[in-house]
Design a protein. Structure first.
Length: 328
């Protein structure tokens, strides 16, 4: 039996992939009964079709990959090549389009909690127990995604963030799979949580260089922020070669309050909204309903949307943002 798990590059994708590997190879309960070897592939929404080119089999499990137009286009073809498809995710675009996904795949599990938590709930509902190693990383990943006051090892959270940043920069599939396999190992926690062999995979210099670059860009942009009652708006359309989501996160650290950043991706404009609670989710959905955003992605505390052409004028966008804020 061929079971293929494809997960996002970030820590949530890695941890949720490791949970499925553990549940299948060691517990033998999910996604099918009996112990079966799992094949692994990392992907993003843009590269899902490429990553699965020529692949087929009994079960495909898609984890933590937002539903986008590109994903929508490749799902019907995947439906022909796999006997069963399971889709688990928590991003806004997936929540918005869950009805469309249900028409194509066999099982859909969508929620506002991080994907690693959604998978953990499934495994527990089937009577399975995660290893202490996975439990620790699920908690750390959930904390990194949502924040909160949960008791977690902050050093482990830092490692989770470092892993996400490193793979976001390098897209190293070899490191991704090694991390998944290590997390899925049922061996004792003796080497946990800071196994030298795993930490050595993450090249600190690359993470630090990119982090410092984003920090410098955010510091330069901060004085230009437009002040709204409960939000700072930053126009970063002139910035090149920087992820809008990364800029939004860094600016949020500077302002210590919700921030909305406008930036470029190819020929289009993106909006990233960052806060510590679910305000980004609620604001993005209001903007989507009013037609200011053509599509929405991200999750509760970091929402990302494709800006409609008619709202590319900053003043017009500010008007609709103010109106939406009054409804929140």
């Amino acid at each position: 039996m061929k079971i293929l798990v494809v997960g996002d590059w970030d820590a949530d994708g890695i941890v949720s992939s490791a949970e499925v590997v553990y549940a299948q190879e060691f517990l033998g309960i999910y996604p099918v009964k009996g112990r079966n070897r799992v094949c692994l592939k990392p992907a993003s929404p843009r590269t899902l079709s490429e990553a699965l080119a020529g692949e087929g089999g009994d079960v495909l499990v898609v984890l933590d990959i937002p539903f986008t137009r590109t994903v929508s286009e490749c799902l019907p073809d995947l439906r022909k090549r796999f006997k069963k498809i399971i889709y688990v995710d928590h991003h806004l675009s997936t929540i918005v389009h869950v009805d469309r996904i249900e028409r194509v795949v066999d099982e859909v599990l969508v929620g506002k909690s991080p994907t690693a938590l959604l998978v953990a709930h499934v495994i527990r509902s089937l009577g399975g127990r995660l290893s202490p190693r996975l439990e620790a990383f699920v908690s750390a990943t959930a904390y990194a995604e949502k924040g909160g006051k949960a008791r977690v090892d902050k050093r482990l959270v830092e490692l989770v963030v470092k892993i996400s940043k490193y793979l976001s920069i390098t897209r190293d599939a070899n490191v991704w799979e090694k991390l998944v396999r290590w997390l899925a190992s049922p061996l004792s926690m003796a080497a946990m949580p800071f196994s030298q062999s795993i930490v050595s995979l993450i090249k600190e210099d690359e993470v630090v260089r990119e982090s410092e670059r984003i920090k410098q860009l955010a510091t330069e942009l901060a004085p230009s922020a437009i002040r709204l009652p409960s939000l700072r708006v930053v126009d970063a359309r002139k910035v090149r070669d920087a992820k809008v989501s990364a800029l939004a996160s860094q600016l949020y650290r500077i302002f210590r309050m919700p921030v909305l950043v406008i930036g470029r991706r190819g020929d289009g404009l993106l909006v990233a909204i960052r806060s510590k609670d679910d305000m980004p989710y609620r604001l993005a959905m209001e903007l989507y309903k009013r037609g200011a955003l053509k599509d929405v992605g991200g999750h509760q505390s970091l929402a990302i949307g494709l800006l409609s052409d008619e709202y590319s004028d900053l003043n017009k966008l500010l008007v609709v943002v103010r109106e939406c804020l009054r409804k929140l």
